[in-house]
Write a protein of this length. Structure first.
Length: 141
Protein backbone atom coordinates (compact mmCIF):
# COMPACT_ATOMS: atom_id res chain seq x y z
CA UNK A 1 0.00 0.00 0.00
CA UNK A 2 3.02 2.32 0.36
CA UNK A 3 3.42 2.21 -3.41
CA UNK A 4 -0.23 3.13 -3.85
CA UNK A 5 0.11 6.10 -1.49
CA UNK A 6 3.18 7.37 -3.38
CA UNK A 7 1.45 7.05 -6.75
CA UNK A 8 -1.66 8.85 -5.48
CA UNK A 9 0.46 11.70 -4.07
CA UNK A 10 2.14 12.11 -7.46
CA UNK A 11 -1.21 11.95 -9.29
CA UNK A 12 -3.18 13.94 -6.67
CA UNK A 13 -5.25 15.69 -9.32
CA UNK A 14 -6.08 12.48 -11.18
CA UNK A 15 -8.50 10.48 -8.93
CA UNK A 16 -9.72 8.25 -11.77
CA UNK A 17 -6.18 7.12 -12.59
CA UNK A 18 -5.49 6.49 -8.87
CA UNK A 19 -8.65 4.39 -8.66
CA UNK A 20 -7.65 2.29 -11.66
CA UNK A 21 -4.17 1.74 -10.24
CA UNK A 22 -5.67 0.74 -6.86
CA UNK A 23 -7.89 -1.87 -8.57
CA UNK A 24 -4.89 -3.31 -10.42
CA UNK A 25 -2.76 -3.52 -7.26
CA UNK A 26 -5.60 -5.10 -5.25
CA UNK A 27 -6.11 -7.76 -7.90
CA UNK A 28 -2.50 -8.99 -7.84
CA UNK A 29 -2.52 -12.46 -6.20
CA UNK A 30 -0.56 -12.50 -2.96
CA UNK A 31 -0.69 -8.72 -2.59
CA UNK A 32 -1.61 -7.70 0.98
CA UNK A 33 -4.41 -5.60 -0.43
CA UNK A 34 -5.82 -8.63 -2.27
CA UNK A 35 -5.93 -10.79 0.87
CA UNK A 36 -9.36 -11.88 2.01
CA UNK A 37 -10.92 -13.11 5.20
CA UNK A 38 -12.73 -16.43 5.26
CA UNK A 39 -14.90 -17.37 8.22
CA UNK A 40 -15.91 -20.94 9.09
CA UNK A 41 -18.43 -22.16 11.68
CA UNK A 42 -19.57 -25.53 13.00
CA UNK A 43 -21.72 -25.82 9.86
CA UNK A 44 -18.46 -26.21 7.89
CA UNK A 45 -17.29 -29.21 9.94
CA UNK A 46 -15.84 -32.06 7.83
CA UNK A 47 -15.63 -29.95 4.68
CA UNK A 48 -12.75 -29.12 2.38
CA UNK A 49 -12.15 -25.39 1.92
CA UNK A 50 -10.03 -23.66 -0.69
CA UNK A 51 -8.39 -20.34 0.09
CA UNK A 52 -5.66 -18.19 -1.40
CA UNK A 53 -2.19 -17.62 0.01
CA UNK A 54 -2.33 -14.41 2.03
CA UNK A 55 -5.93 -14.94 3.14
CA UNK A 56 -6.92 -14.88 6.79
CA UNK A 57 -8.96 -17.83 8.00
CA UNK A 58 -11.06 -17.63 11.13
CA UNK A 59 -12.97 -20.45 12.78
CA UNK A 60 -15.88 -19.44 15.02
CA UNK A 61 -17.14 -22.13 17.41
CA UNK A 62 -19.71 -22.00 20.21
CA UNK A 63 -18.71 -23.20 23.65
CA UNK A 64 -19.03 -22.64 27.36
CA UNK A 65 -15.77 -22.51 29.33
CA UNK A 66 -17.63 -22.37 32.67
CA UNK A 67 -18.26 -26.11 32.19
CA UNK A 68 -14.52 -26.72 31.98
CA UNK A 69 -14.68 -27.38 28.24
CA UNK A 70 -12.69 -25.24 25.81
CA UNK A 71 -11.89 -25.47 22.12
CA UNK A 72 -8.21 -26.26 21.43
CA UNK A 73 -6.42 -26.26 18.09
CA UNK A 74 -4.60 -29.58 17.88
CA UNK A 75 -3.62 -30.04 14.25
CA UNK A 76 -2.53 -27.79 11.38
CA UNK A 77 0.66 -27.42 9.36
CA UNK A 78 2.19 -24.32 10.98
CA UNK A 79 4.36 -23.67 7.91
CA UNK A 80 1.50 -23.13 5.48
CA UNK A 81 -1.31 -22.28 7.95
CA UNK A 82 0.23 -20.67 11.05
CA UNK A 83 -1.98 -19.69 13.96
CA UNK A 84 -2.26 -15.98 14.72
CA UNK A 85 -2.17 -16.75 18.44
CA UNK A 86 -4.58 -18.63 20.66
CA UNK A 87 -8.31 -18.23 20.55
CA UNK A 88 -10.32 -15.18 21.51
CA UNK A 89 -13.40 -15.93 23.62
CA UNK A 90 -16.42 -13.62 23.65
CA UNK A 91 -19.36 -14.45 25.95
CA UNK A 92 -22.83 -14.23 24.40
CA UNK A 93 -24.13 -12.30 27.42
CA UNK A 94 -23.01 -10.88 30.75
CA UNK A 95 -24.84 -13.65 32.62
CA UNK A 96 -22.59 -15.97 34.61
CA UNK A 97 -22.40 -19.39 32.97
CA UNK A 98 -23.55 -18.30 29.53
CA UNK A 99 -22.02 -19.74 26.40
CA UNK A 100 -20.13 -17.70 23.85
CA UNK A 101 -17.86 -17.88 20.84
CA UNK A 102 -14.30 -19.10 20.51
CA UNK A 103 -12.57 -17.49 17.52
CA UNK A 104 -9.37 -19.00 16.13
CA UNK A 105 -7.37 -17.03 13.55
CA UNK A 106 -4.94 -18.42 10.99
CA UNK A 107 -2.99 -16.98 8.05
CA UNK A 108 -2.61 -18.83 4.74
CA UNK A 109 1.15 -18.40 4.40
CA UNK A 110 1.95 -20.68 1.47
CA UNK A 111 0.39 -23.01 -1.07
CA UNK A 112 -0.35 -26.53 0.12
CA UNK A 113 -2.86 -28.67 1.92
CA UNK A 114 -3.35 -29.33 5.64
CA UNK A 115 -6.00 -30.74 7.92
CA UNK A 116 -7.17 -28.25 10.54
CA UNK A 117 -8.50 -29.96 13.65
CA UNK A 118 -9.91 -28.22 16.72
CA UNK A 119 -11.31 -30.22 19.65
CA UNK A 120 -13.72 -29.34 22.48
CA UNK A 121 -12.50 -30.90 25.69
CA UNK A 122 -11.52 -30.33 29.27
CA UNK A 123 -7.77 -29.69 29.21
CA UNK A 124 -7.32 -31.29 32.63
CA UNK A 125 -8.83 -34.60 31.44
CA UNK A 126 -5.90 -35.64 29.24
CA UNK A 127 -7.04 -39.24 28.66
CA UNK A 128 -10.71 -38.45 27.97
CA UNK A 129 -11.96 -38.28 24.40
CA UNK A 130 -13.03 -34.83 23.16
CA UNK A 131 -16.73 -34.03 23.54
CA UNK A 132 -16.83 -32.50 20.04
CA UNK A 133 -14.45 -31.77 17.22
CA UNK A 134 -14.18 -29.46 14.24
CA UNK A 135 -12.15 -30.63 11.27
CA UNK A 136 -11.66 -29.22 7.78
CA UNK A 137 -9.18 -29.87 5.01
CA UNK A 138 -7.64 -26.54 3.99
CA UNK A 139 -6.28 -26.22 0.47
CA UNK A 140 -4.21 -23.10 -0.10
CA UNK A 141 -3.52 -22.03 -3.68
Amino acid sequence: MKIMNCICRILKNKPVICGIIALIICSIPGSPAAAGKISLTEADNRRAVEINAGDDLEVILTGNPTTGYVWESVEADQVILPSRGGYKYTPASAMVGSAGQFVFSFRAAAAGETPLRIVYRRPFEKSAAPLKFFEVLVRIK
